[in-house]
Design a protein around this ligand. Structure first.
Ligand SMILES: [Zn+2]
Ligand SMILES: [Zn+2]
Length: 398
């Protein structure tokens, strides 16, 4: 599997990609098609490895080493019974999401995050996540205000708007602080249960049906009543997890009456269709972006400037989401409209309209994907190395 991941990296240049595709085609049995078979037919003796290998082969066949004769996975994947899944429009740029929207994997050095499509406002809810790997993942809940700072090593549980269970380091994360818990380290195949009980103000994590003695109440007490809560998770390198929002039977019972996202969710065709990144990029490339649009999201006119540094070229939504200027890293004290040059006071940190932030994220992905290919083509992986340092710094603080 790591050989395949290495090939993925080599294939960042078009020339290498073509050469590798040709080499694959020379085999009588295409090696990736054979690996993809593991998804249906796992050798039981190495079940969790085989599931990872199958997932990686499928993702590579959909995104990088494309075969004319093979339909894309999203075209053949049955999702009609799935009403809540990982949101491919609300994810940091390098996370791999499977075609049914219920499995995710990270193969880069940044800390990749995702939220699900279903938003909870009130009541008691439960979902499960089966970990396929035993490394660092932070699985839990987040509002839209939680930001995915993947390159800086921040994810779910690292701000006041999210809470997460980490079964590798045996911690519960909230507001970038961690509390040691009493569970053993998680192992491949272990099931994390996440119970969100809004009326009682509690989030209760369990591992294989055994709940933590202490519930987290800070997350819900920090949340505004008007803010929706989403299932969410972050992944370090080579970590993978499968989510169950209720489309199949839960493995464990959280011990109180609950509802599941799948019974109440509703997905549009666009939401349930996980189009490979390459196709999505092609679709985005066809869109025309006016020259005076925001240089961060490309989704709205650049009408806003920052004070005191006076850097501009951003839309008001992006400005409201930033604490520091992306150009000079200076602290933002005020944002002002350049239309009438009126200064306006700082508003909420994140736009409440989720479709706006969804759009912002898609367009940020476009920029990031472009940036990533530009970096791959020229300087190698400077940004990644920087992110690595940040992440290792943060993780050694634990
Ligand atoms: Zn913007
Ligand atoms: Zn600046």
């Amino acid at each position: 599997m790591f050989a395949l991941l290495a090939l993925e990296k080599f294939a960042q240049t078009r020339e290498n990609q073509i050469t590798i595709c040709k080499l694959f085609a020379e085999h009588q049995n295409h090696p990736l098609l054979k690996m993809e078979e593991y998804l249906k037919n796992e050798p039981v003796s190495r079940l969790w490895h085989a599931k990872q290998e199958g997932f990686c082969a499928q993702w590579a066949l959909d995104n990088i080493f494309i075969l004319e004769s093979r339909p894309y996975s999203y075209e053949t994947c049955e999702t009609s019974q799935i009403n809540a899944m990982l949101n491919h429009e609300d994810v940091s740029e390098y996370l791999k999401i499977g075609p049914d929207g219920l499995e995710a994997r990270c193969d880069v050095s940044s800390f990749e995050s995702v939220r699900c499509t279903f938003e909870v406002m009130d009541g008691c809810w439960y979902y499960e996540a089966t970990v396929l790997t035993s490394g660092v993942m932070q699985i839990g809940l987040a509002t839209k205000r939680s930001r995915f700072l993947n390159h800086e090593g921040y994810g779910i549980g690292d701000d006041a708007s999210s809470v997460a269970y980490d079964g590798c380091r045996q911690l519960v994360w909230h507001n970038a602080k961690s509390l040691k818990h009493e569970h053993d380290n998680w192992q491949p195949g272990d099931v994390v249960g996440i119970l969100l009980d809004i009326p009682n103000g509690e989030v209760i994590f369990s591992l294989n049906g055994t709940r933590l003695k202490e519930a987290n109440s800070e997350f819900l007490s920090n949340r505004q009543p008007s803010e929706g809560v989403f299932a969410a998770a972050s992944f370090m390198s080579f970590q993978q997890c499968r989510f169950n929002f209720g489309a199949t039977r839960f493995k464990h019972n959280p011990g109180r009456a609950f509802r599941c996202f799948n019974d109440f969710g509703n997905l549009t065709t666009a939401q349930r269709t996980i189009v490979p990144r390459r196709l999505r990029l092609e679709q985005l490339e066809k869109e025309h972006i006016p020259d005076d649009y925001c240089t961060i999201c490309f989704a709205a006119p650049a009408t806003t400037a920052l004070s005191p540094c006076n850097h501009d070229g951003f839309c008001s939504d992006c400005c409201n989401m930033m604490d520091h200027c992306p150009l000079c890293r200076g602290v933002i004290e005020e944002r002002y409209s350049q239309i009438n040059n009126n200064k306006f006071l700082e508003t909420v940190k994140s736009p409440s309209n989720s479709s706006v932030s969804g759009l912002v994220r898609i367009n940020s992905q476009r920029k990031s994907i472009r940036a990533a290919s530009a970096i791959a083509a020229s300087t190698g992986s400077q940004i990644q190395n920087g992110a690595n340092r940040e992440i290792s710094r943060r993780h050694t603080q634990v």
